[in-house]
Design a protein around this ligand. Structure first.
Ligand code: F0G
Length: 458
C-alpha cells in the first residue's frame, strides 16, 4: 500500500468546510436526497465526478491568456488541431463543448432507420440516451470478467467478442455501429486491451459496421495497457494511444476527463468525406462555427496543453496509483469493490455491502447518501437508480451492478483525503444494516438520476 507522491506542488488553494452531521441531515432532506441537488459548499470531499473538476496547471492558465477569440480561424484552434492531430491522427477533428455534444452531433448520423441496435462494451449514460434519442436500441456487451466484481482481471472493460459475434449474426445490418468506451466507465473505469480493441475493430470491419471510440479516459486506458498488456512496457503512452485510436473509424471525447480541462470535448472521423460534411453541418447548427465548436479560444488553449499533460507517464503513474491506494485501504477494511480499481474511481459494490436492500431500493444511492451524512463526502450511484426506464416499456431496469462510485478529481485531493474516505467507509461497513433504502417520489422521462426526488424507506 504505497502512496505515490504528487508529481506537482500546490500554487493555489480553495478552502473547504466541514459541516455537522445535523446540518448534513437537513441539507440532504432539502435536496430531496439527490446528490446533484447538494450545494457544493456543503460538501467536504467531492467525489461526484472526475469530469471537469480537475485542477489546471500553471502552463494551462498561462496558455489561456494567449487564447485567440477570433470567430473563425483562430490561432488557438490551430494549436489544438496540431496537438490533437499528433495524438489521434484522424482526417477530421472538431472541438465541441463537452462529450454529450459530440454524441449529439455524431450519433444521429450513424442510425439510418428505426429498429437498429448499437452495441458497446458498455455505454455511459449520456451515450446510451443519445442512441435512444436517435431511434436505435443500445445494447451492452461487456466481457464476463467485467461482471464479477470480486474477481480481479487486467482488462475487465473489454468487449465480449463471442457475444459481439452472436449479436452481429442475429441482427445483421441492423447493427448501426459499435461503441468502445475507454476506459469502460460504467463497469468500474476498467481498461480495454489493445488486443480486444483490435479484435473488435476487425470483426466490425468484416461486417461493414463502423466503430466509434468513446475516448473520454483514453490516457488512463493507455497507462493500464502500458502496465498490463504483453509487450507494451517499453512503449510510450502516446504511441499506445495512437494505436488505440487506429482501432476506431470515429471518436467522441469528453475532454473534461483526461484532457484535464473544466469544459471541452471533441469529435473526430477518419476517411469519409460525406460523414465529415454532415458532422460539420451538425456542429454549425448545434455548437457554433467549426473553429471554436462551442468553446472560447482560451478553452481551446487549455485543452491543447491538457492533452499533452494527460499523457505524461509520471502523471498517470501517480493518478492511477492514488486510486489504487484508496482501493488497498478499502480492501483492508473489508469494503467490497469492483476489483481491481478503475483509472478514475473506486466503484464500491453496494449490492454486496448492503445485502438487506433490494435493487429497486437503490443500494448504490443509499450508500452514497450515508457517506455524505456521516462524513460530508459526495459520491453517486452507478446502478439501477442511474439506469433509466426501458424506453419502450417504461419498466424499471435492473443494472448488472449496484455501485457507489468514488470518482477522484485530477490533481485536487491528497493522501490524507484518501485516508479520510477509507475511514468513513470502514465505519459504515461496521454496521451496514443501518443504511436505509430509497424510493423515488418524482422523476423526469430521461437521465433521471440528475433531477429526480427520493425519500428514505422507513
Ligand atoms: N462518455 C463517458 C465514458 C463519460 O464518462 C462521460 C461523462 C461522457 C461520455 C459524457 O461527457 O459529461 O462531457 O458530456 N462522464 C461524467 C462522469 C459525467 O461523471 O462519469 P460529458
Amino acid at each position: 500500500m504505497k502512496y505515490i507522491p504528487e508529481p506537482f506542488k500546490i500554487k493555489m488553494v480553495e478552502p473547504i468546510k466541514v459541516t455537522s452531521r445535523e446540518e448534513r441531515a437537513e441539507i440532504l432532506a432539502r435536496a430531496h436526497y439527490n446528490m446533484f441537488g447538494l450545494p457544493a459548499e456543503s460538501v467536504y470531499i467531492d467525489l461526484l465526478t472526475d469530469s471537469g473538476t480537475g485542477a489546471m496547471s500553471d502552463a494551462q492558465w498561462a496558455a489561456m491568456m494567449r487564447g485567440d477569440e477570433a470567430y473563425s480561424g483562430g490561432r488557438s484552434y490551430v494549436h489544438l488541431m496540431d496537438v490533437a492531430g499528433e495524438i489521434i491522427g484522424y482526417d477530421y477533428l472538431q472541438p465541441v463543448h463537452q462529450g454529450r455534444a459530440a454524441e449529439k452531433v455524431l450519433i444521429p448520423l450513424l442510425v439510418s432507420r428505426r429498429g437498429q441496435i448499437v452495441v458497446a462494451n458498455t455505454f455511459f449514460d449520456t451515450t446510451r440516451a443519445h442512441v435512444g434519442l436517435a431511434g436505435a436500441r443500445p445494447v451492452d456487451n461487456v466481457c464476463q470478467e467485467g461482471l464479477d466484481s470480486a474477481k480481479a482481471a487486467p482488462f475487465k472493460g473489454n468487449m465480449d467478442i463471442p457475444g459481439l459475434e452472436k449479436l452481429i449474426s442475429k441482427h445483421g445490418d441492423n447493427v448501426a455501429a459499435i461503441f468502445m468506451t475507454v476506459t469502460n466507465n460504467s463497469v468500474g473505469g476498467q481498461p480495454v486491451s489493445l488486443k480486444n480493441m483490435r479484435e473488435t475493430y476487425e470483426l466490425a470491419h468484416e461486417n461493414g459496421i463502423p466503430v466509434c471510440l468513446d475516448a473520454a479516459r483514453y490516457a488512463e486506458n493507455a497507462w493500464f495497457i502500458h502496465e498490463r498488456e504483453d509487450g507494451c512496457q517499453e512503449r510510450s503512452l502516446r504511441d499506445i494511444a495512437r494505436e488505440m485510436f487506429s482501432y476506431g473509424d470515429m471518436f467522441v471525447m469528453s475532454a473534461k476527463k483526461d484532457g484535464i480541462v473544466n469544459m471541452g470535448g471533441m469529435v473526430g472521423v477518419r476517411d469519409d468525406g460525406e460523414l465529415i460534411a454532415k458532422v460539420k453541418s451538425n456542429v454549425i447548427s448545434f455548437e457554433g462555427y467549426l473553429t471554436y465548436g462551442g468553446l472560447s479560444g482560451r478553452d481551446l488553449e487549455a485543452l491543447a496543453v491538457g492533452l499533452e499533460e494527460g499523457l505524461d507517464p509520471d502523471w498517470q503513474r501517480y493518478r492511477v496509483g492514488q486510486i489504487q491506494y484508496l482501493g488497498d485501504k478499502l480492501q483492508q477494511a473489508g469494503v467490497p469493490f469492483q476489483n481491481p480499481v478503475g483509472g478514475h474511481a473506486v466503484f464500491i459494490d453496494a449490492g454486496r455491502l448492503l445485502p438487506h436492500l433490494k435493487w429497486n431500493q437503490y443500494p448504490g444511492h443509499a450508500l452514497a447518501t450515508q457517506l455524505y451524512l456521516e462524513a460530508g463526502i459526495r459520491s453517486c450511484d452507478i446502478g439501477s437508480y442511474l439506469m433509466d426506464r426501458d424506453s419502450v416499456t417504461h419498466e424499471e431496469q435492473q443494472a448488472p451492478f449496484e455501485f457507489t462510485r468514488l470518482a477522484v478529481p485530477r490533481r485536487v485531493y491528497t493522501q490524507s483525503h484518501m485516508d479520510l474516505i477509507a475511514e468513513a467507509l470502514a465505519d459504515i461497513a461496521h454496521a451496514p444494516e443501518k443504511v436505509p433504502g430509497f424510493r423515488i417520489t418524482w422523476e423526469p422521462p430521461v437521465l433521471r438520476h440528475f433531477t429526480s426526488r427520493l425519500e428514505p424507506i422507513g
